[in-house]
Each structure stands twice: as C-alpha cells, then as structure tokens.
Design a protein around this ligand. Structure first.
Ligand SMILES: *[C@@H]1O[C@H](CO)[C@@H](O)[C@H](O)[C@H]1NC(C)=O
Ligand SMILES: *[C@@H]1O[C@H](CO)[C@@H](O)[C@H](O)[C@H]1NC(C)=O
Ligand SMILES: *[C@@H]1O[C@H](CO)[C@@H](O)[C@H](O)[C@H]1NC(C)=O
Length: 241
C-alpha cells in the first residue's frame, strides 16, 4: 500500500496543542470496519467514521500508524464517512492500526480510538501439527526432548505437553513460526504424552507417544528419534554416544 506521506499531526499540531481550546469538541468519533472482500493475500475493508456531535461540514481524515493520513473526506451532513481500503496481508500488523479524525470548519478536531485489525484479518486455525519425540544423552544422563511445530496458525500458538490424563506438564509460547521445545527427565515408568497446539481459534493434538519408548530398551545407550510408540528407541544405524 503506497500512501501519501501526509502527516495528520503536522497539519493539525498547532490547533491541538493551543492553550485555550476554543469551541472544545468533547464527543466521540466512532470507528468501525468490515471486510468487504477476501483475496488470497489481501482484504478489502470498509472503515466507517462517525462523529455525531461535530457540526457539519465535517472533514474526516483516516490516519494510519505514525499518524500518516491515508484518506480524507468532507461530509456536509451528519452521515458517517466510509473509506474502502485494500490491505495486503504482507503488511506488518502495526501497519494496520487506524484512527479517524473529525474536524469542524473552525479547525477543532477530535480523534477516534485506535482500530487494530490484526487478529481478525490474520486469524488462521492451527494446522499440520508435527511432533518429534527424542531421547538424548548429552553427557548428563538421558533426557526426553520434544519439539512441536505447526505449519500455520494465527494468533500465535501456545504449545503444551499433555499427559494421557489431559494434564498439562509443560507449556511454551514461542514466537510465530518457531517450534516449541520441551525437555524433561524420563521417568522410570513409561507414560503417554502428546503435544497440543492451540490458539484461540482452534486446537490440534499429536498422536499419544510412549515416553520413554519401552522399558526393555537400554535407555542410557539410546540416542535418536522416534515418532510412534511402536518404533524401537534406537533404530538400526542410529548413532549412540
Ligand atoms: C484490491 O485488491 C484486489 C486483489 O489484489 C484487486 O483485484 C482489486 O481491484 C483492488 N481494489 C482496489 C480498490 O484497489
Ligand atoms: C526450539 O529449537 C529450535 C531449534 O533449535 C529453535 O529454532 C527455536 O527457537 C526453539 N524454540 C524455543 C521456544 O526456544
Ligand atoms: C483471539 O485473541 C485476540 C487477542 O486476544 C482477540 O482480539 C480475538 O478476538 C480473539 N479471537 C477469537 C476468535 O476469540
């Protein structure tokens, strides 16, 4: 989105910081939006600004982050002003903050609250959860290391290591796109674990996996990956310490 580099603040700074606020406008300006069209990599949204108590004609400015003026409209009645915008999903979330400024002919103005469109536009269910269970001995005894990652999902995912009884043992919220890594000491008795990936839209679980993989196997000699409870702890050819 190429925007003219007009600064709302620069234009109106003088009036907003004057000591005596003549004809002070206290009423609210409302800001709302709806998604008009969904494209693979973008959305067309309609942003509506409405200042009920400002005397018309009202100059509505739609401002983005850093107070960059995106669009302007003069409305001669008490009707709201609407702006249609094309938003690309490449934009970083903070580029999607908008507010409206309604100014009367006297130059007095009032701003709406900030509209943050990030979650609603970016929301994606958790998909393709992959979990790797591994037993490593890095010299200080064996540890179980579990790495969990999804291919996509937004808002950011909270990963949990969950027991068969549903109990959450460990939890992590890595930065978007990064895997979660859990590490713990294997217990004497095998137990079933699974990885859970959840955002506030959806949740996924990996297969229940036996940890440690089997009591007959020589754990202390074991180093490798296993992904299903039936696989031996040390697959043939796996390196050992
Ligand atoms: C918005 O973007 C879509 C797809 O990228 C395009 O087809 C459409 O013409 C654009 N609309 C405007 C108003 O720029
Ligand atoms: C998990 O490990 C991977 C690979 O070492 C790393 O890129 C990632 O940042 C780690 N995740 C966390 C939450 O530390
Ligand atoms: C998800 O969480 C975000 C931030 O807390 C919130 O704005 C959004 O409305 C939530 N979405 C759903 C579907 O609950």
């Amino acid at each position: 989105m190429r925007l003219p580099g007009l600064l709302c603040l620069a234009v109106l700074a003088a009036s907003s910081f004057s000591e005596v606020q003549e004809e002070e406008i206290t009423p609210d300006v409302s800001i709302a939006y709806k998604v008009l069209e969904v494209f693979p990599k973008g959305r067309r949204v309609l942003i509506t600004c409405h200042a009920l108590q400002v005397p018309p004609p009202i100059t509505y400015s739609l401002c983005g982050t850093k107070n960059i003026k995106v669009a302007k409209k003069v409305v001669k009645t008490h009707k709201p002003a609407s702006f249609s915008l094309n938003i690309t999903l490449k934009s970083s979330p903070d580029l999607l903050t908008y507010f409206c400024r309604a100014a009367s002919t006297s130059g007095a103005h009032v701003d709406s609250a900030r509209l943050q469109m990030y979650w609603e536009l970016w929301s994606k269910p958790v998909s393709e959860l992959r979990a790797n269970f591994a037993l490593w001995d890095r010299g200080s005894g064996p540890r179980v290391e579990v790495s969990c990652q999804v291919s996509s999902g937004s808002p950011p995912i909270t990963y949990s290591l969950v027991g068969k009884d549903g109990q959450v043992h460990l939890q992590q919220r890595p930065r978007p796109g990064e895997p979660a890594n859990f590490s713990f000491l294997p217990s004497q008795t095998s137990d079933w674990f699974q990885c859970q990936a959840e955002n506030n839209i959806s949740v996924q679980h990996s297969a229940l996996t036996l940890v440690p993989p089997g009591r007959d196997q020589k754990m202390q000699d074991c180093q490798g990956l296993w992904s299903a409870p039936s696989l031996p702890c040390c697959p043939t050819g796996a390196p050992t310490i």
